[in-house]
Design a protein around this ligand. Structure first.
Ligand code: MOS
Length: 743
């Protein structure tokens, strides 16, 4: 494979637009005559609306409408299927009825000439409620008496645990975490006759399009979803949320474009969150540290209107070799907004528990925590019995340990000093499964020597535009900066959701095939061109941008643009459709069957150092190293950027983030950036990232598995383990707070 750009640190092709402010986010699209919608959130966490009195609001200046369940046409519940790309964030459409399931649920929408008028009037809509006390804490809910929502078992875990010479039994809790991307959610809805355009911020334009069609009861052809640039999405933008439908309904009602932006406070209720997860982990081991029993009893919350599963069973079942295992999970409905994926859903809380338990077991056994992982290394996926497609975790441990200086770690708690501070070193495994979805891609080669690629997938800030350009460049020889990429628009060929770290792995086969198809079209044209008039098409090739016969080097050939020009062609198209799991894309089954023989996962290891000042109980992260075995990196720069971002989130998860609800009302009391803290530069040390870069060709020809989420898994337990090493305090309930470290 000629690889001029693949694996290089290529600067993102949309970077200049972004840093100069020319890349419009959802609500920034310049739309004429736009009116402003401000949603009225419920101020109770459980109950019913008795009456909505909008008379005062309606008399206020600039008010165009006050909409609620009593005066809109009923919306429809969507099918809710991930496979068919018709999954909403929340099944219940807004304004379905008078029932209130959580604090912050939308109960009315005020539309006005200006944002300020709408906001002012929204506070004068008087809603009378019949309120009941909400249930908002997992630890106050009854354990459900129902079959588990997820389970994996092998051997006899209970018996093996009873007989194990060394036992660990501990419970770990990860709190609610709220999505806080830079760009908040928002929608502009524009009607032209019975056609609707939604300007969005979306991780899944095709999914959004499908759900809009179902919720609004409109044909797909009448809806256009546009989301060319996204100011990050970590799962919150995977599935559409109620404000999008309110914008559409509001705009129809006032016969003008309507913009509905979700303010930071409402990001804490109406666009999903990572649910609380409580895990009771039991590990049984032999004296020399071989796991003989693994149990994980998982409890998480969901909302009253939507079942969301934060699957911690899968990670538990595949991470280490253990003959006897039982992991099961129940979800419990609470009066909170609907949870949704947040970077590394399932694996991230699961690994906090499992990796913390491994560290605790290592302490019990007096074995080095890294050595304990190696002794329990899974040579295959024991949950499915399948071989790994590609796993180099042992090497990740080794390289990480060498680079970090792990052999210098004194295991004694509080023994490593630096001036007045105590150092703590911790490590943890990280992992994320590799998913792949189908994609349709169009590629065009043009007579001016440029190329175009288009697909309705989107770039959520990860570098998808650049990945498209790199693959086309690699196949055609057209320079990256001469490849124009169009994404984020439902009128383009359907593409996958940017979720599950799967976008790159999903689009590569389709980009590659579509590019080859376009090249084939050029070769066909060449075979009719004077330069190759008596040459058999089968012997023609295109490499480095030139058409030539296979027996001669590329520089003997003719630039493809000259072929197009000589045939008076503006451009030639290639198209490809690949399939995987989405039924809407029937593709060829070849790679699926090949892939189904393997368990395909990425792995890695985090190493971190904290420094603890016991005088003032100050804990700081001072060093971080992540070693990632994620297949081949298509772009070293954007890949590294993903791991850096994930580790920053991991530091936030470990030390700062927790959404707290008022148990009387269900109000998320820290719903702002002053009270809900995310990691900032002052919290983050220099982060060192190493990629092992072993191509995994089971997944695609370039061997790229995807790296958006893996970096966050394991982080929090590396941190709590380092904290234990420094302080002797084991934090099993995140985040690590000063008060938890006070002796
Ligand atoms: Mo990710 S949680 O699939 O955006």
């Amino acid at each position: 494979m000629s690889s001029s750009v693949i694996g290089q640190p290529v600067t993102r092709i949309d970077g200049r637009l972004k840093v100069t402010g020319h890349a419009p986010y959802g609500v920034e699209h310049p739309i004429q005559n736009v009116a402003y919608g401000v949603a009225v959130p419920s101020t109770i966490g459980n109950g019913r609306i008795v009456k909505i009195d909008s008379a005062e609001a309606e008399k206020m200046p600039g008010i165009l409408a006050v909409l609620h369940h009593g005066n809109i046409k009923q919306l429809y519940r969507p099918a809710g299927s991930l496979e068919e790309m018709s999954r909403p964030g929340e099944n219940r459409p807004p304004f379905e009825d008078e029932v209130v399931y959580y604090y912050g649920q939308f109960v009315a929408l005020v539309v006005a000439e200006t944002f300020e008028q709408a906001q002012d009037a929204a506070s004068h809509v008087h809603v009378q409620y019949d309120a009941k006390r909400p249930l908002v804490r997992l630890d106050q809910a009854a354990i459900p008496n129902k079959p588990p929502d997820a389970q994996s078992s092998r051997g006899n875990a209970e018996a093996a645990f009873q007989q194990a010479p060394v036992k660990l039994d501990a419970t770990y809790v990860t709190p609610v975490e709220t999505h806080n991307p830079m760009e908040m959610h928002g929608t502009i809805a524009v009607w032209e006759g019975d056609k609707l355009t939604l300007y969005e911020t979306s991780q899944g334009v095709v999914n959004h399009h499908n759900v809009a069609s179902q919720v609004l009861g409109m044909p797909l052809e009448s809806i256009h979803v546009i989301s060319p640039f996204v100011g990050s999405g970590f799962g919150d933008k995977l599935f559409p949320w109620p404000h999008s439908w309110l914008a559409a309904v509001g705009a129809k009602h006032v016969k003008r474009p309507v913009k509905v932006a979700v303010p930071r406070t409402l990001m804490f209720t109406t666009v999903g969150h990572r649910p609380t997860v409580q895990q009771r982990v039991r590990l049984g081991a032999t004296q020399d540290g071989k796991l003989v029993a693994t149990m994980n009893d998982v409890l998480q919350h969901t909302s009253m209107v939507h079942d969301y599963l934060e699957n911690c069973v899968d990670a538990t079942s595949m991470l280490y070799s253990c003959a006897n295992l039982n992991a099961m999970q129940h979800n419990v409905p609470l009066n909170v907004g609907t949870p949704t994926p947040m970077r590394g859903p399932g694996r991230t809380p699961a690994l906090f528990a499992i990796e913390s338990a491994m560290d605790e077991l290592a302490v019990k056994l007096n074995v080095d925590p890294l050595e304990l992982r190696v002794r329990n290394y899974a040579e295959k996926d024991e949950s499915s019995g399948k071989p790994w497609s590609s796993k180099h975790l042992r090497e990740a441990y080794q390289q990480g340990a060498d680079r970090f200086g792990w052999s210098k770690r004194n295991p004694k708690v509080g023994s490593m000093k630096k001036g007045n501070e105590i150092l703590g070193w911790g490590m943890a495994t990280c992992t994320w499964p590799c998913h792949q979805a189908g994609a349709d891609v169009r590629v065009r080669l043009l007579a001016d020597g440029t190329a175009q690629a288009s697909c309705a997938t989107q770039d959520i800030g990860t570098g998808t535009y650049t990945v498209f350009a790199e693959i086309v460049a690699d196949k055609t020889g057209v320079p990256v900066d001469k490849v124009k990429v169009a994404l984020g628009d439902s009128s383009l060929p359907p593409g996958p959701t940017s979720g599950g770290s799967a976008a790159t792995a999903s689009v590569i086969p389709a980009i590659s095939k579509a590019t080859q198809d376009a090249i084939q079209a050029v070769l066909k044209a060449a075979s009719k061109a004077p330069q190759f008039h008596d040459v058999d098409l089968k012997t023609l090739k295109m490499s480095q941008g030139r058409v030539h016969t296979a027996d001669k080097p590329p520089d003997s050939g003719v630039p493809f643009q000259e072929i197009l020009a000589s045939q008076k062609l503006v451009g030639l198209d290639g198209f490809a459709r690949t399939g995987r799991r989405h039924r809407s894309y029937p593709g060829d089954p070849g790679p699926e069957q090949q892939q189904d023989k393997y368990s395909i996962h990425s792995f890695g290891a985090h190493f971190c150092e904290v420094s603890f000042d016991p005088e003032i109980v100050r804990l700081r992260v001072t060093r971080w190293l992540s070693v990632i075995d994620g297949g081949r990196m298509i772009n070293q720069k954007t890949a590294r950027n993903q791991i850096l971002g994930a580790v920053v989130m991991g530091i936030g998860m470990g030390m700062l983030e927790e959404t707290v609800y008022d148990t009387r009302t269900g109000h998320p009391i820290n719903n702002n950036f002053a009270d809900y803290m995310v990691a900032v530069n002052a919290d983050v040390p220099e982060i060192d990232v190493m990629f092992l870069d072993y191509p995994d060709t089971i997944i695609n020809e370039y061997g790229a598995r995807g790296i958006g989420e893996i970096g966050l898994t394991g982080c929090a337990s590396a941190l709590t383990s380092a904290t234990y090493h420094a302080t002797g305090v084991r934090v099993r309930e995140l985040p690590i707070r000063i008060e938890k470290l006070l002796a």
